[in-house]
Ligand binder design. Structure first.
Ligand SMILES: Cc1cc2nc3c(=O)[nH]c(=O)nc-3n(C[C@H](O)[C@H](O)[C@H](O)COP(=O)(O)OP(=O)(O)OC[C@H]3O[C@@H](n4cnc5c(N)ncnc54)[C@H](O)[C@@H]3O)c2cc1C
Length: 301
């Protein structure tokens, strides 16, 4: 590990490399074990150099965005954890917004509002980064990233730069070729439509009101834990199974929105995972529906 650390200091500043750091500092659930090497690169070149180094030396590499859709197991993550939130510039040219992967999609939607551009209103409350939003094809209230995404700059699995068109990203419900192929998103371009500032703002305010009244934003969570099963709503199935308020350790099925699991005390990721299994088994026994996690589960037991 010391050799790897020393090698990495020839690629980036020591201040951008942390060792043996609790990943609970980087997840919205506030749970998760330690990461061996946490790297926060500042440039695309640094990302590529670290990535190529890890490939050459066979070091496992995990990418984190804002940590809002993750459960990192309590054993943590071995190898390199690349966190891209320090690369967060947002630029405008000709009604197109180009954003680096670490920019928050909330910030990008606010930037669109500031420039009276419509199309990203749906994203005004999604707490992910651009990289995570593309990986997940994030969406809300009838809008989805794929509605406005035009292209993305990624690193492919050889660590080479590649520009992907929207079609090449094969975006579907919480799916993308980025996730399937293990690409690392560096930057995305969104094509937006000129609109009226006040109309865009009103829509964003309405969606914020809806979100705040329906979601348990006062507690740590990872958002909706399960994907929407065809023909059903996960939250409704969980609610109708009588599971609201069900608690294992510090993880509780939210009393406000049954699709969320909130950390009401000092939950561990093990508590989260046990509660996820309990919900899956209960809903399957009652309704014969298999709930598939939307949340990404990473790391070791
Ligand atoms: C309160 C709350 C509300 C939420 N509401 C919504 C909602 O309305 N709609 C919705 O879709 N989601 C919602 N989410 C979930 C989450 O915000 C989204 O899925 C978001 O897109 C995840 O982005 P992230 O940067 O946090 O990704 P992370 O959680 O850090 O990572 C998620 C996945 O993306 C991968 N990833 C991250 N960055 C990159 C990158 N640069 N390149 C390649 N892969 C990458 C990770 O490896 C991981 O597999 C909510 C979450 C919370 C906590």
């Amino acid at each position: 590990m010391k050799t790897i650390y020393n090698d990495l200091t020839s690629i980036l500043n020591a201040e951008n490399i942390k060792t043996n750091e609790p990943l609970s500092n980087y997840t919205f659930t506030k749970t998760g074990g330690k990461g061996d090497l946490i790297i926060t690169p500042k440039t695309y070149q640094e990302v590529q150099n670290v990535y190529k180094y890890s490939l050459k030396h066979n070091i496992p590499t995990t990418i984190l965005g804002n940590g809002s859709n993750l459960i990192i197991k309590d054993g943590g993550i071995r190898g390199i954890v690349l966190i891209l939130t320090t690369m967060n510039n947002i630029h405008l040219s000709n009604n197109k917004i180009k954003a680096q992967s670490g920019a928050g999609i909330i910030e990008v939607s606010r930037f669109a509002l500031k420039n009276s551009l419509s199309g990203l209103e749906f994203a005004c409350g999604i707490p992910g980064s651009i990289g995570g939003a593309l990986h997940m094809n994030a969406g809300a209230y009838g809008g989805v990233v794929s509605d406005v995404l035009q292209e993305a700059l990624v690193l492919d699995t050889n660590g080479d730069f590649l520009t992907l068109s929207k079609n090449e990203m094969e975006l579907d419900y919480r799916k993308s070729s980025i996730a399937q192929n293990g690409y690392l998103v560096l930057e995305a371009t969104f094509g937006l439509t000129p609109g009226k500032f006040n109309e865009i703002k009103t829509k964003m305010d309405d969606l914020t009101f809806l979100r705040e009244s329906k979601q348990p934003l006062e507690y740590p969570s990872c958002g909706s834990v399960f994907k929407r099963p065809p023909g059903y709503f996960a939250g409704k199935l969980i609610q109708d199974s009588g599971l609201q308020g069900k608690q294992i350790g510090g993880a509780q099925v939210s009393k406000k929105h049954a699709g969320f699991i909130v950390n009401v005390g000092s939950a561990t990721s093990t508590d989260y995972l046990k509660l996820i299994s309990y919900i899956q088994n209960t809903v399957n026994a009652k309704f014969g529906v298999v709930l598939e996690p939307e949340v990404k589960i990473l790391g070791e037991d």
